[in-house]
Ligand binder design. Structure first.
Ligand SMILES: [Zn+2]
Ligand SMILES: [Zn+2]
Length: 333
């Protein structure tokens, strides 16, 4: 089994358990490959989260840099130790949050500067107009309010434009939680079906994370453009189970996006738990297996391999039967 995206309580403020404890769980669950992908530090104070300011009022930005350097050292220790004592292959990467264009450029520099340690990047978008999308409902609402007339269609287009910017600058091997905006999307949000503006008129319809692509062809076009671009450089889309642990019905991305991944990105999917603590290692993977086999009906899954001679990474595929017969599932019980 694999996970291509994880964090720990040692290096991210909202993480739960120490990285070493999480790694014990990874070994117990007999993961084949586990990727450590702490965030590239944010470089502007406007993007600090309340708990980061709380933890270090004076120097929260410097703290992020210190944490990241410590993460890189710690991850290397774990990796070399695992090569001798462990069965799980560890690959070290980083997640980029794409707060804004400046941050995307900074991430690119960090990747180049630390290329001996960081083998790949999970390319995510966490912000729209500088406002975090998945922090809480209030911030999600602020994202929507930052568009004239609370225009949901414009908000989605802006998200996919930021994603495209990040993709073209960084070319991340793994694209993180492709439709993160669905997490806090209100179920009763009524919008004008044509313009996408929020409305309480009788002409308003409820648009959901399952229906927006059918509703708005121009949003769908951006998704397809992005997927074609990811395909062009050989990137993969992660099926990220953190959406399931947060109570959504499907992992990221929803099946509407996933069907487009099959069509435009050769179905290049990898699996991730996006764990922040011990209990989140391999979390909801059984539900993900159902999604992979019965909903999307994929015939293979991909996973990352690091070349032991030159340290480069590539994807290999696993027929779905082998994926479903992995000893991991039996251990889950
Ligand atoms: Zn993320
Ligand atoms: Zn993450």
């Amino acid at each position: 089994m694999h996970s291509h995206h994880s964090h720990s309580g040692d290096y991210v403020a909202h993480g739960v358990d120490p990285l070493d404890e999480m790694m014990k769980q990874v070994e117990r669950m007999k993961f084949h490959t586990y990727c450590l992908t702490e965030h590239i530090p944010r470089i502007e104070s406007q993007y600090l989260y309340p708990e980061e300011i709380e933890a270090n009022r004076e120097n929260a930005l410097v703290q992020l840099q210190t944490n990241f350097n410590e993460f890189m050292e710690h991850a290397q220790r774990i990796k070399s130790n695992n090569e001798i004592n462990g069965a799980t292959k560890i690959i070290i990467g980083t997640e980029i949050e794409s707060c804004d264009t400046k941050h995307i450029e900074y991430a690119k520099k960090m990747l180049a500067k630390n290329s001996d340690v960081l083998k790949f990047c999970v390319g995510s978008v966490h912000h729209i107009n500088g406002i975090p999308l998945d922090f809480d409902q209030e911030n999600w609402d602020k994202c929507l309010e930052s568009f004239k007339d609370r225009n949901l269609k414009k908000m989605l287009m802006s998200y996919f434009e930021s994603q495209y910017k990040m993709l073209t600058v960084v070319q991340p091997k793994v694209v993180g939680h492709f439709d993160l905006f669905k997490l806090l999307w209100p179920q009763d949000l009524k919008v004008d079906p044509v313009t996408g503006k929020c409305t309480s008129d009788s002409s308003g319809i409820i648009v959901t994370p399952m229906t927006y692509l059918e509703q708005w062809e121009d949003v769908k076009d951006l998704v397809i453009r992005n997927l074609k671009y990811i395909d062009s450089y050989g990137g993969a889309i992660e099926i990220n189970t953190s959406a399931l642990r947060k109570g959504l019905e499907q992992p990221y991305p929803n099946s509407n996006i996933s069907e487009l991944v099959k069509k435009y990105c050769h179905g290049r999917f990898v699996l991730s738990d996006d764990a922040h603590g011990i209990k989140q290692v391999g979390v909801c993977y059984k539900k993900a297996l159902y999604y992979i086999q019965d909903v999307l009906k994929l015939d293979k899954m991909y996973y990352m391999v690091e070349d032991s001679t030159d340290g480069s990474v590539r994807f290999e595929s696993l027929p779905i039967k082998e994926f479903a017969d992995d000893q991991f599932w039996k251990l889950l019980g």
